[in-house]
Design a protein around this ligand. Sequence first.
Ligand code: ADP
Ligand code: MG
Length: 230
Amino acid sequence: MTETVLALEGVSRVYGEEVQVRALDEVTLDIRAGEFLSIVGPSGSGKSTLLGLLGVLDLPTSGIVRVQGTDATQLSDAERSRLRGEAIGFVFQQFHLIPHLTATGNVEAALLYRGLSARERRGRALAALEQVGLGARHDHRPVQMSGGEQQRVAIARAIATEPGVILADEPTGALDSHNAENVLQVFGDLQSPERAVCIVTHDLHVADAARRKISMLDGKIVADEVLASA
Ligand code: ADP
Ligand code: MG
């Protein structure tokens, strides 16, 4: 049995007080080590809400969220932040790079406060940039790079901490098709027995690159398929 990295057990998320939106409705889901999965569904179906809960950026209204077996809903904010930082890497549609830092500086920033020396941080940042094919661009700033390259820096930043799972919300959403293809390729290469990759997307081409496809509608999982072709 492969290890479960992230799990939702009967999770609901209701937004608002007077006017309530049930963004997620009793969702149960396991993400196992080494999986490459996509989450698809129309706008408003709850994909980002689901990802935010999987990544413990947000807490459920009811239900349990487990990170490497630990019930994250029972932790203090500080404990939850620490667990998140150790276990999970995030990639967003907008790359969220720091403009005045080089690619290396941006990746190193994710490695602060982890008891690493400056030399170790730099070594790990350069290795992560090599992995996404940007070794030669390590001293470039975001403004000197294409959108696809900036997203690859963001991916390097997410993997530099060696998380067990990468969560990405519409990572190709801001890219043209050529850059999107390139970034998708990088995600495919990232997947390993030690690292699960989970991509939220409304792009079916991106979704079909994954090995497992989860479809959402109105806050529920309506399909969970293994794709033979991927
Ligand atoms: P998706 O990512 O699939 O587009 P979301 O998870 O962003 O869907 O949203 C699911 C539902 O929850 C939508 O109806 C959306 O309007 C609502 N929603 C999302 N975030 C909030 C929020 N912070 N406050 C109130 N409603 C929200
Ligand atoms: Mg969304």
